[in-house]
Design a protein around this ligand. Structure first.
Ligand code: ZN
Length: 178
């Protein structure tokens, strides 16, 4: 396993950059970034990661929903590597639910996100994939996509009262998704 980089923490400039489009998917550098992201995510209880979180300002995200102590109700899926991802919302309906972020430790917040989205991306083999996502997995996608735009989830919180210390969050939510 490659060296595991530290996760960029809130305040790091790389988290506020618009990440660059990947032009060469098969090149060794891109593949190395992806492997490092997979290895890094595996050492955490996170359900997704974006390249800027390992201080690489490129448009790669990984969605890896799985039940963890951090997200006990998350659905299980194989990690999906998404290069140059894009999405559009289907119905213009949003719902608030809990999110956390490896780059913002100790905090949870209620964040409005689209319930259903249509996504497209290029996978690790260079194949363009289109898919529909809903619920928690759609939420993870939108969270990770924001990292590519230089945003963090706290930017989307509507009211400071929706921000909780993680210790308080665990008191009120034993079964919440996020
Ligand atoms: Zn995050």
């Amino acid at each position: 396993m490659a060296n595991i980089p530290e996760i960029a923490q809130l305040g790091a400039a790389v988290l506020r950059l618009r990440a660059q489009v990947i032009t060469d998917i098969q090149c060794a550098e891109t593949q190395r970034i992806i492997e490092t992201m997979l290895d890094t995510l595996a050492t955490t209880q996170g359900v997704g990661i974006a390249a800027p979180q390992i201080s690489v300002s490129k448009r790669i995200i990984i969605i890896a929903s799985r039940p963890t102590p951090r997200y006990p109700s998350a659905p299980l899926m194989e990690p999906a590597v998404m290069i140059n991802p894009a999405f559009e919302a289907l119905p213009d309906t949003m719902e608030k639910d809990w999110e956390g972020c490896l780059s913002v430790p100790g905090i949870r917040a209620l964040v409005p996100r689209y319930k259903e989205i249509r996504i497209n991306y290029t996978n690790q083999q260079g194949i363009v994939v289109e898919a529909g996502l809903e619920g928690f997995v759609a939420r993870i996608f939108q969270h990770e996509f924001d990292h590519l735009e230089g945003k963090v989830y706290l930017d989307r919180v509507e009211d400071n009262r929706d921000i909780f210390a993680e210790s308080e969050y665990f008191k009120i939510s034993s079964s919440s998704m996020g």
